[in-house]
Design a protein around this ligand. Structure first.
Ligand code: NGQ
Ligand code: ZN
Length: 454
């Protein structure tokens, strides 16, 4: 098996920063990580390496409407009015459109340091709501976009059946999402096939939310994936919490903890509105909170109870969700900034005096992200996927920085171009901050969007 050797002036290893690091790669994985070694003349060299992050929650198609829901409507814009705009946008998308938009989104993810995406995929059917002749047409388009860009894919086919708690019939705008249990089982089988040929792909399952599935459906769907990740939107909006209380007497996260075996396989996306009791129980479950701070700010969701959750030992991953902006550093920054605004304090999510906010959040998102997407353990260590990126130490925001100051400056002070090269599965996909197929992907994307918006 051919081996590749790369050498870095410094790298963030699981035990912390190390200097003069050689990574030996084979078969898409890290075979060895050695510190304190002299570079061989033949080795490709870079200054600073970080492990690639997982983007635990993406609706790729929404990238195509980024920035188009920022104009005030007739009255009281909120999450639900945004959702109407989003439904109108997705109504027109063809499978080709979805593939082109997803490829652009995934290339952007790679260019900012995300090496794997959890695609929470619910746009299954044709515009009239009928399944495509190939039921997994859309899932195959997502897989194709992952294959073209080289990003690692954890496909999360979404089960969606109802407009709200209590099994209400779906709304017309939701017709492209809807399956019955038999149809969904068939979709899962086809999705398994669609991802089988992709390098290192994973298949999970995603009941959309407690609004969209009944308890019986929830349990039936969970049984359809053997050992894979289980993702669900939970407690993102206060209205959802109120509706859940009216339906069941319990809040969404408490309901899930009471009625589903929430454990390390689970990712509760957003989990924004939690009581102190829910914070403790969610943390103790070992599940990952899939936080999407840029989208949560954009949609006006609320602020996650970060300090209490971390103090309780809770696990987190980061997602770009609506993809209104795709930027790993921006998600880390937004997560800390919402806490600063809330608590009128600084370095709120750092654990102890002297701790680096950027490095600690990065390491938490790395571990939680890999867990949530079914690829743990992550990190620059033997046996882990060869997924990592380098920073441009000539970038003005990064010059003269070392170790944790480098991460802090990347997260809080840098702008586009700070990420230099990105490898996924041992393949170099991004160089000088640009995806290797950047122009072709962008050109197709521009054509697609021009047609949609015409
Ligand atoms: C989604 N997005 O599925 O795309 C949702 C909106 C809903 C976020 N929750 C639809 N951010 O939750 O009903
Ligand atoms: Zn979402």
């Amino acid at each position: 098996m051919p081996e590749t050797r790369l050498w870095f002036g410094s790298a963030l290893l699981p035990e912390g920063w190390a200097d003069n690091v050689r990574l030996t790669l084979a078969d898409g994985k890290i075979l060895r990580a050695e510190a304190g070694v002299v570079a061989a003349a033949s080795e490709e060299r870079h200054a600073v390496a970080l492990p690639g992050l997982a983007d635990v929650h993406s609706h790729a198609f929404q990238r195509g409407m980024a920035g188009l829901a920022e104009r005030r409507g007739p009255e009281g814009d909120n999450f639900w009015t945004w959702r109407e705009v989003m439904y109108r946008f997705l109504d027109r998308l063809t499978p080709e459109d979805v593939e082109a938009i997803a490829a652009e989104a995934y290339a952007e993810m790679l260019e900012t340091g995300f090496t794997r995406v959890g695609e929470f995929h619910y746009l299954h059917h044709a515009p009239d709501g009928a399944p495509y002749a190939n039921r997994a047409e859309m899932a195959e388009r997502i897989a194709a976009a992952a294959a073209q860009t080289g990003i690692g894919l954890t496909l999360l086919p979404v089960f969606y059946a109802h407009a709200n708690f209590g099994g209400l019939p779906p709304a017309p705008g939701q017709r492209r999402f809807i399956n019955d249990l038999d149809g969904f089982a068939a979709l899962m089988d086809d999705s398994r096939r669609a991802t089988a040929t992709l390098d290192n792909a994973r298949l999970g399952v995603a009941p959309h939310s407690l609004r969209a599935v009944t308890p019986d459906e929830l349990h039936a769907i969970i049984a359809m994936v053997e050992g894979g990740p289980i993702h669900i939107h939970a407690a993102e909006q206060t209205k959802e919490v109120e509706d859940c209380l009216a339906w069941s007497g319990a809040r969404p996260v408490a309901w899930l903890l009471d009625h589903a075996a929430v454990d390390l396989r689970w990712c509760l996306v957003h989990a924004t509105h939690l009581t102190a009791a829910e914070v403790g129980r969610l943390a103790a479950s070992g599940a990952v909170a899939g936080l999407c701070p840029v989208t949560e700010a954009n949609l006006g969701d609320g602020v996650f109870p970060g300090p209490a959750y971390l103090a309780a030992g809770g696990r987190l991953g980061l997602g770009t969700d609506s993809n209104v902006q795709i930027d790993a550093a921006a998600e880390l920054r937004a997560l800390e900034y919402e806490q600063r605004l809330m608590f009128r304090a600084r370095n709120v999510l750092a654990s102890a005096p002297g701790a680096s906010t950027g490095q600690e959040l990065f390491s938490r998102a790395l571990a939680g992200g890999a867990q949530a997407l079914g690829v743990a353990p992550a990190g620059l260590q033997a046996g882990a996927p060869a997924d990592f990126f380098t920073l441009d130490t000539d970038h003005p925001a990064l010059c003269g920085r070392k170790a944790n100051a480098m991460i802090d400056s990347w997260v809080f002070a840098a702008w586009r171009g700070a990420v230099d090269c990105v490898w996924r599965g041992g393949v170099k996909l991004v160089a000088n901050g640009r995806h290797r197929d950047r122009e072709a992907i962008a050109q197709r994307y521009r054509g697609t969007i021009a047609r949609i918006l015409a």
